[in-house]
Ligand binder design. Structure first.
Ligand SMILES: [Zn+2]
Length: 43
């Protein structure tokens, strides 16, 4: 999942060979992790 650096919209699907924002056309995207919380238990 990516987030556009310019318009801050989340982009779920993106083609790996064509990374640009479908909303504003920006090519600066942040890679974000899905908003699932991973709970690690300490051993
Ligand atoms: Zn954008």
């Amino acid at each position: 999942m990516y987030r556009c650096y310019m318009c801050k919209k989340l982009i779920e699907k993106i083609e790996e060979n064509r990374i640009l924002c479908p909303y504003c056309g920006s090519r600066i995207l942040e890679k974000t992790r899905p908003p699932t919380v991973k709970i690690l238990k300490a051993r």
